[in-house]
Design a protein around this ligand. Sequence first.
Ligand SMILES: [Zn+2]
Length: 105
Amino acid sequence: MKLTKTDQKKVAKEHVKQLLSEASKVFDKDKKLANRYVEMIIAIRNKIKIRLSKEQKARICKECNSFLVPGKNCEVRIKNKSIIYHCKECNAARRLSRGEDSRKK
Ligand SMILES: [Zn+2]
């Protein structure tokens, strides 16, 4: 059976969700494994071309691809209308607006 593109995306999104929840489970014990899950998520995203939700994007550092856990390796600050995520792994800061996705194409 061949999956249609829509089905493929659905499956991929489900897979990403699972990988993220696995990553948060293993993070405390094995950060490297959590980052492996992130690599898998990025591979899926690039292959299937799905968009991650804002919440999902917030868990992955765009610079170093680390799995981010607020209060652990990520500092979250709220400034005006933006949420600033500061990755403590690579020191990158990233701003997400609280309303619309500011990087809409
Ligand atoms: Zn980073």
